[in-house]
Design a protein around this ligand. Structure first.
Ligand code: NAI
Length: 328
């Protein structure tokens, strides 16, 4: 039997947690022959801990053969101990009357502490996925707070945006989602992101040529993908949870097991490519293999795309400026 992989999940009793944990434990993320130990973190509040206890009872009741252990805790250093994968889902939601700046700062406190705890106790090769919003900036803060860990192992989730864009494109072009390759979502996980299908193909042929509708791209596709989260809240009364959990599984599975040569979007620390300042956590096209990823380089950027990339970068730079004083 393989050695179990330790997967830490924060915000484990929340909506996304509830849609995520059972799939990890069933082997959908790391493979049907890979045992896992779940290390679950929730807030030190009676209600949150009680809800976590309930989730753990349900996990037990599934009798998953691959679930080799469960830890439930309110202490990040317990949750992250020797973690091989850390999925940081828990975050402070925006409360009534709360300004965006306050939201950033409240989350900065959480991700500074969690970055420091990862730095202290996690596996030296821990793969970190930040889901909790603002995801890119939270990932940046955690990365900066963990100086002994590899910066490239801190990533933010853009995969939900990528999957949303795939689905819209498939509908428009009348093709199956699985046939589309080489899609990119550049930038921040926010409505400023830029879903870019200029290089996308179906069966090797250009999807852009097939759709051939610049007006649809600018006025329907891009805004629709950007505002999809708000549309789900409007329809469901709650934010995306199952689709977010699904995207988190896609992100980690591809990172660890490989994307088989396909492009996927990950929020990763920039190495300065495409004019994105070094260290900014930005949605880029990557090809993944065996726990590492390679940036797809040297793609041409036209004027329309440059404008869109500048816009989403501007927002990320502003967020980074807002927390700079906390990071030394
Ligand atoms: P939720 O409110 O249902 O659950 C969040 C859970 O995190 C709660 O149980 C809460 O007690 C816990 N929590 C809060 N702070 C914590 C901390 N410091 N340590 C441990 N646990 C903590 O929220 P939901 O729907 O599960 O969403 C979680 C986050 O994911 C939100 O920030 C949401 O905006 C974000 N999100 C990101 C997406 C993306 O594509 N990157 C997509 C959808 C949601």
């Amino acid at each position: 039997m393989k050695t179990p992989v330790r997967v830490a999940v924060t915000g484990a009793a929340g909506q996304i947690g509830y849609a995520l944990l059972f799939r990890i434990a069933s082997g959908e993320m790391l493979g049907k022959d890979q045992p896992v130990i779940l290390q679950l973190l929730e807030l030190p509040l009676d209600k949150a801990q009680a809800a976590l206890k309930g989730v753990i009872m349900e996990l037990e009741d599934c009798a998953f053969p691959l679930l080799a252990g469960i830890v439930g805790t309110d202490d990040p250093e317990v949750a992250f101990k020797d973690a091989d994968v850390a999925m940081l889902v828990g975050a402070r939601p925006r409360g009534p009357g709360m300004e965006r700046k306050d939201l950033l700062l409240e989350n900065a406190k959480i991700f500074t502490a969690q970055g420091a705890a990862l730095n202290k106790v996690a596996s030296r090769d821990v793969k970190v996925l930040v889901v909790g919003n603002p995801a890119n900036t939270n990932a940046y803060i955690a990365m900066k707070s963990a100086p002994d860990l590899k910066p490239e192992n801190f990533t933010a989730m853009l995969r939900l945006d990528h999957n949303r864009a795939l689905s819209q494109l498939a509908g428009k072009a009348g093709v199956a989602v699985g046939e589309i390759e080489k899609l990119i979502v550049w930038g921040n996980h926010s409505p400023t992101m830029y879903p870019d299908y200029r290089f996308a193909t179906v069966g090797g042929a250009s999807l852009k040529d097939r759709i051939n509708d610049a007006d649809w791209n600018a006025n329907e596709f891009i805004p629709k993908v950007g505002k999809r989260g708000a549309a789900i809240i409007e329809a469901r009364g709650l934010s995306s949870a199952a689709s977010a959990a699904n995207a988190a599984i896609d992100h980690v599975r591809d990172w660890l097991l490989g994307s088989n040569g396909k492009w996927v979007t990950m929020g990763i620390p920039s190495d300065g490519s495409y004019g994105i300042p070094e260290g900014v956590i930005f949605g880029f096209p990557v090809i993944t293999e065996n726990g590492s990823y390679t940036l797809v380089r040297d793609l041409p950027v036209d004027e329309f795309s440059q404008k869109a990339i500048d816009k989403t970068l501007g927002e990320l730079e502003e967020e980074r400026g807002g927390v700079a004083h906390l990071l030394g």
